[in-house]
Design a protein around this ligand. Structure first.
Ligand SMILES: Cc1cc2nc3c(=O)[nH]c(=O)nc-3n(C[C@H](O)[C@H](O)[C@H](O)COP(=O)(O)OP(=O)(O)OC[C@H]3O[C@@H](n4cnc5c(N)ncnc54)[C@H](O)[C@@H]3O)c2cc1C
Length: 390
């Protein structure tokens, strides 16, 4: 995702209005159905239609191409607001926007004109296909190959864990156009692939949480992709395109983690004032107070880290260190707060009649996506050394 081009984004007042509309929508439309869809692991088609109307599929696409052109700061707040009600639907437009961002940042003018308005309207929806059965963190070891054959690339390989894999129809797919290249990233390219003969979703992956949203294996068998769909029109830049959106991707995952952390605090705080033991609300027991205090502090710290990273991103400053810290801290805050909310709510937290068990199942994903938290720490440490040479 890239910041709106100067002068093309909405004003601060317009951004605030959009955010408020989304917050009202999440309360009115998402909250009442979240538990039902999550437990049934059913794709929320009616919610997708509403998201189209709200413009969410074009949230960060520039206005000139039919999107809302939101800043990173506002987009992060929007993601947090939705995630504090139900995190999973965010994946439907966020993964789609990562694909769109790749075209917006790196595509040719013709590609931008061809794809972005259709992405922004939600007419064409999809996601980003990087991971393979043998390659996640080590993306340069992917095996999906695209061989040039006249006006087409012939693509063969398998992608896995791809968000929107079943219900999406168009994906940014990382391939090897030169499998022998050294260093390996020089042989990698990004193709925009629309489903059709030779490209199908092979299976929906069953998951602990992040239900209702389809994560799927995508199979390419002699799939013919037009050469015009090579992002940027030049081979060998796919790895750069794939990792180029990571800063904003990390801010967004952080916002999802903070959203869950906030939901867990909200539910726990309410419950702690209602539930009585030994003649008083449990919120008056010091053991519970310590948990509530830590949960609230983690949430506020997450928000500040996210805001700092997003602000730097919006002003065009370097923010890789800040985005990494926000992602690391806020995703762990989501995990810790959901577990603490379970302890505070005792036996009821373990019941599927409440939402806390969902937060607890959804939160760990944020520690894996957009670079695992182990890798995040490694990257942060490397950047500390790079920025502070002796
Ligand atoms: C629900 C869900 C949705 C997803 N959606 C998408 C999607 O839409 N598109 C997509 O392309 N992918 C998607 N993914 C895949 C996700 O990006 C990968 O799972 C992630 O990149 C980690 O890769 P891996 O699972 O192969 O783990 P591995 O890379 O095998 O890592 C395993 C462990 O080793 C550690 N590790 C690896 N290398 C190092 C190192 N050099 N130093 C220290 N530790 C290391 C990791 O931190 C981790 O703890 C999704 C995954 C999930 C669970």
């Amino acid at each position: 995702m890239s910041a709106p081009a100067p002068g093309t984004g909405p004003s601060a007042d317009e951004e605030r209005e959009i955010l408020e509309a989304i917050e009202r929508w999440a309360e009115r439309e998402l909250r009442p159905v979240a538990r039902r869809f999550d437990h049934a692991d059913e794709y929320p088609q009616e919610i997708v239609e509403q998201m189209k109307e709200l413009g969410l599929f074009g949230a960060t696409i520039h206005v000139e191409h039919g999107g809302l052109g939101l800043s990173a700061s506002t987009y992060a707040r929007l993601v947090m607001a939705i995630s504090s009600v139900w995190m999973a639907p965010v994946g439907i437009f966020n993964s789609h926007l990562i694909m769109a961002a790749c075209v917006q940042r790196h595509g040719t003018e013709a590609q931008k004109r061809q794809w972005l308005p259709r992405f922004a309207s939600g007419e064409l929806r999809g996601g980003i296909g990087l991971t393979e059965p043998n390659a996640g963190t080590d993306l340069q070891s992917i095996r999906t190959v695209a061989r040039r054959d006249g006006a087409h690339y012939v693509v063969n390989g398998t992608k896995t864990w791809i968000t929107n894999g079943v219900h999406g129809s168009c994906f940014g797919v990382l391939v090897k156009t030169d499998p022998e290249a050294q260093p390996r990233h020089r042989g990698m390219s990004m193709l925009v692939c629309e489903k059709g003969e030779g490209f199908r979703a092979a299976k929906k992956i069953r998951k602990l949480g992040y239900k209702s949203i389809d994560s799927a294996e995508l199979v390419f068998e002699d799939y013919r992709c037009p050469v015009e769909n090579l992002v940027g029109g030049v081979e060998g830049h796919g790895f750069k395109h794939a990792v180029g959106g990571l800063e904003l991707g990390r801010i967004n995952v952080a916002a999802r983690g903070a959203g869950i952390a906030s939901a867990a605090l909200r539910d726990a705080l309410r419950y702690a004032q209602e539930r009585q033991t030994f003649g008083k609300p449990i919120a008056q027991h010091q053991a519970i107070q310590l948990k509530l205090a830590d949960m609230a502090t983690r949430l506020e710290a997450s928000k500040l880290l996210i805001e700092q990273a997003a602000r730097k991103y919006d002003t065009g400053e370097r923010c890789d260190l800040e985005a990494g810290m926000a992602k690391l801290f806020a995703s762990e805050a989501g995990v810790e707060n959901s577990l603490e909310a379970m302890r505070i709510m005792g036996g009821y937290s373990y019941s599927t009649d409440f939402d806390v068990e969902r937060y607890y199942r959804d939160a760990p994903l944020m520690c894996i996506g957009e670079g695992t938290n182990e890798m995040q720490r490694v990257i942060i440490a490397r950047q500390l050394v790079e920025r502070n040479p002796i």
